[in-house]
Design a protein around this ligand. Structure first.
Ligand code: FAD
Length: 271
């Protein structure tokens, strides 16, 4: 099914529910189908829905349509000027071939733990807009991603837009890869500093992005020096839930978390 309007897409989604697999860039769905892990009886493609393709800045807020590609976020002049750390985050996903195809809605809706954008979007306070014929709701990234490949998107809902508030004074994204330069992150650290308050979100270490506001509160109103950055890095390493996988063991991820959180805070301080 290839609807051309959002209304039509929403009506088809409500009618068919999970029985029709939503298809955006297809970089995730395609692999699952090729491997025989997914055999959908129908595909609901969003590729022709014009309303989902836009990038806009309204009242200082960035609005990314669900089918905006990673490459568009990476290259858009408004995103680069207003949300440079977000543009950089999308720029380090996979290769240009994947980024030309993969969408903003797709990377959130697939809820793969080893992804780059969710940690940064979470640190920036972004909200995903979910719409169905019943209405619309906007949820934070921590509400959206429930666990491994699991989201709060209902069977009759589509993710239609991502809204990112005005950028903080400083933001940094650090992607630590343990294998090749095009690989998914082993540890992903997004750190923002606004009005002398610090927020650090760590992704790719376990099923959902994680943050510890009480550890970040150590930086309230203080200068970000190396000793403080080390203390916060150590606090994150101690608290973080980590898994073992092909990119690293849980113990390795905790060690890398300490270092990468420290480096992210030092980068914030240097900006
Ligand atoms: C070789 C390779 C390397 C990769 N490396 C990285 C990496 O380094 N970092 C990283 O972060 N990611 C990486 N990825 C993952 C890639 O970013 C995701 O596969 C991609 O973002 C998914 O977007 P898509 O538009 O292709 O989604 P699709 O494959 O079309 O869909 C993904 C899932 O979301 C659902 N869906 C899609 N859009 C919507 C919507 N609007 N509303 C509701 N449900 C929806 C689909 O039904 C499906 O379940 C890599 C992928 C590949 C193939």
């Amino acid at each position: 099914m290839a609807p051309t309007s959002l209304e039509e897409a929403l009506a088809l989604r409500a009618e068919r529910g999970d029985e029709a697999t939503v298809l955006a860039g297809g970089t995730f769905v395609g692999i699952l189908m090729n491997q025989g892990l997914l055999r959908p009886s129908a595909l609901l493609s969003l590729g022709r829905v014009e309303d989902l393709r836009g990038i806009a800045v309204e009242d200082g807020e960035l609005r990314l349509g669900a089918t905006v590609t990673h490459r568009q976020v990476e290259r858009d002049a408004r995103v680069r000027a207003g949300w440079p750390a977000l543009a950089r985050t999308f720029a380090v996903v996979a290769s240009p071939r994947v980024r030309n195809q993969a969408t903003v809605g797709g990377v959130l809706a697939d809820a793969d733990y080893a992804s780059d954008p969710p940690a940064m979007l979470s640190a920036l306070g972004a909200r995903a807009v979910l719409r169905s014929p019943r209405g619309e709701r906007a949820v934070g990234i921590d509400e959206l991603i429930l666990g491994y490949y699991d989201t709060c998107i209902a069977p009759d809902e589509l993710l239609v837009e991502v809204r990112v508030p005005a950028a903080p004074e400083r933001a940094v994204y650090r992607k630590f890869r343990s294998r090749s330069t095009e690989d998914r992150p082993c540890v992903a650290v997004a750190a923002v500093r606004d009005r002398r308050r610090l927020r650090v979100v760590v992704g790719a270490v376990a099923e959902r992005p994680q943050e510890f506001p009480d550890v970040c509160a150590l930086a309230d109103g203080r200068e970000l020096d190396r000793a403080l950055a080390m203390e916060i890095g150590a606090g994150y390493a101690e608290r973080i839930a980590a898994i073992d996988d092909a990119r690293g063991s849980a113990a390795y991820r905790r060690r890398v978390t300490a270092v990468e959180v420290r480096r992210a805070i030092e980068e914030l301080a240097a900006r």
